[in-house]
Design a protein around this ligand. Structure first.
Ligand code: NAD
Length: 503
């Protein structure tokens, strides 16, 4: 899995050819901040050619429920790089989030969000904060596989994959290497989700071992987020799963001082999309007072990705010099520390005037030549011996006494399969549950080969799928409402399913 795009762009750069970029002006403040950003890029000598595309509110309202026209899709697929201003998702059912559609359809697996304090020019309690959050962008609970299973219970599947973990974690270490970062911290909740988050953590340890020059550590996401909010200067690069990354990257942007400042990159193997992290800010749209810095930072990330590191540095350093000079839009303006309140286009002018300057006290940007060159090797699947050892049968049952359903199910055996336990919301309620445990109408009934039903540390016996079918058929014949099943497997003899609490 090579970064084809970058190779193409390095070649075109060397030949002095401009790279064509799909540009979406977006909604609300989008067009105002995009105009400012494009002016700055042009003045800085960015080697790009703009191909405007139509996405967002007008497309939604014109009947494209995903917010994007077929022509825009074509332009994105051809250009492979998108600079996107924020869009407005109309309220109401039936409109799909365009951001999620773009990320998933284009395989933009890595969301990269650098957040640093610009103290004392932008107020923040954390003057030394300089963190990059690298969030897995496609999997986890955002796979969007949800089902209502009973009157009481809905389910959302959390999918974590080995290829997904490998590429995001490798990307984080490669990013650290390319951008001169010293440490990568993994944040997950594998003390609870031992298989899903456990896989992420395990892959992290495997890959970290291949980068001895970069420090690595792991934290449980709850304490990790708390520490990030309290002592952000202790973090360098953080890599995490989709939902956790979504939350902590907003925390990081907020505590750095303004949501108007941060940019982000959504990077895939073929396509990459760059944007500001904030939304379309309808409350200030049309007033021409929005801060364009977030989108400018998005453009800087894009130029680095395209290998135009010199232009990226020139823009970033002019932006920092402008902030340092106290020339501020309303969202960051402070009586006393700011020197001039400016609107969006005046801010852009101030940045253009400072192209070529380096900031005096803020840390200047100096990207190395290969900053954008992040290559991820192809995933190689290791096949293991997979053995069926049982089945979890989920039953919708409106009774209250687990012994009633438990005794009825325990009387059933289909070839070797026999009831081992029943859980309700993951807690064992049969045999020998506690009467205090709250019960819903959603019963997970675990059937395994007979020898494994009694022992406390069972050695699971192989079973056939035919036996599972026979069991389901018996359950159906006896009137049980089976809502779903999960096969229980061992992989190379290792249990591939979690135990129930109290099992
Ligand atoms: P928002 O980020 O648009 O606004 C939150 C607050 O921050 C507002 O008070 C706004 O005025 C201020 N703000 C945001 N950006 C600013 C800037 N550049 N300069 C100065 N002030 C700024 O969040 P929201 O109000 O929750 O969302 C508005 C719309 O944006 C919604 O339709 C939402 O779906 C959409 N949205 C889009 C994206 C995207 O396209 N990437 C991201 C988030 C939200």
């Amino acid at each position: 899995m090579q970064n084809q795009l970058l190779k193409k762009d390095i070649t075109t750069l060397q030949a002095g050819v401009k790279t064509k970029v799909a540009v979406a002006k977006g909604d609300g403040i989008g067009p105002e901040i995009m105009d400012a950003t494009l002016r700055i890029m042009e003045a800085a000598g960015a080697q790009i050619e703009v191909d405007f595309i139509e996405i967002g509110e007008q497309q939604y309202l014109a009947g494209n429920t995903s917010g994007i026209s077929p022509e825009a899709w074509e332009a994105i697929k051809t250009n492979k790089v998108i600079l996107k201003a924020p869009i407005t998702t109309p309220q109401g059912k039936g409109y799909k989030s365009l951001n999620v559609t773009l990320r998933k359809s284009l395989g933009l697996f890595a969301n990269v969000r650098p957040v640093s304090a610009l103290h004392p020019y932008i107020h923040t309690p954390y003057p030394d904060m300089d963190v990059v959050i690298i969030r897995e962008n496609e999997e986890d609970l955002y796979a969007g596989i949800e089902h209502q299973q009973t009157d009481d219970v809905v389910q959302c599947l959390k999918l974590i994959t080995r290829p997904g973990c490998e590429r995001i974690i490798r990307y984080a270490f490669e990013y650290a290497k390319a951008y001169g970062r010293k440490k990568v911290t993994c944040m997950v909740k594998d003390n609870i989700m031992k298989l899903t988050d456990g896989l992420f953590h395990r892959v992290f340890k495997e890959i970290a071992a291949a980068y001895p020059q970069i420090d690595s550590n792991s934290q449980i996401i709850d304490i990790g987020s708390a520490r990030l909010a309290a002592r952000p200067e202790q973090y360098d690069v953080i890599v995490t799963a989709n939902l956790y990354g979504d939350i902590i990257s907003d925390i990081a942007a907020e505590i750095a001082g303004s949501v108007g400042m941060a940019g982000s990159a959504n990077v895939g193997t073929e396509v990459a999309m760059f944007e500001a992290i904030h939304g379309s800010a309808p409350d200030i749209a049309g007033k021409k007072i929005a801060n364009p810095s977030g989108l400018i930072n998005g453009a800087v990330l894009m130029l680095a990705h395209l290998g135009q590191t010199e232009v990226a540095d020139r823009i970033k350093n002019a932006l920092l010099s402008t902030i340092e000079a106290g020339i501020h839009t309303a969202d960051i303006y402070r009586e006393g520390s700011s020197t001039r309140l400016v609107n969006t286009s005046e801010f852009a002018e101030a940045v253009i005037e400072r192209l070529g300057e380096t900031p005096k006290s803020l840390k200047a940007s100096k990207l190395s030549e290969g900053a954008g060159t992040i290559q991820i090797p192809d995933y190689v699947r290791k096949t293991r011996k997979k053995q069926l050892v049982g089945v979890d049968v989920f039953i919708d049952w409106k009774g209250e006494d687990p012994n009633q359903i438990g005794d009825a199910l325990a009387a059933i055996d289909a070839f070797k399969l026999k009831l081992k336990m029943i859980t309700n919301r993951g807690v064992k309620v049969y045999p020998k549950g506690l009467k205090e445990t709250y019960k819903t109408d959603h019963w997970r009934c675990r059937f395994v080969a007979m020898d494994a039903t009694t022992s406390t540390s069972p050695v699971y016996q192989p079973v056939d799928f035919e036996q599972v079918v026979a069991l389901l058929s018996k359950l159906h014949a006896q009137g049980f409402d089976v809502i779903k099943t999960e096969n229980l497997y061992e992989f190379d003899g290792t249990r591939g399913f979690s135990l129930g609490q109290g099992e």
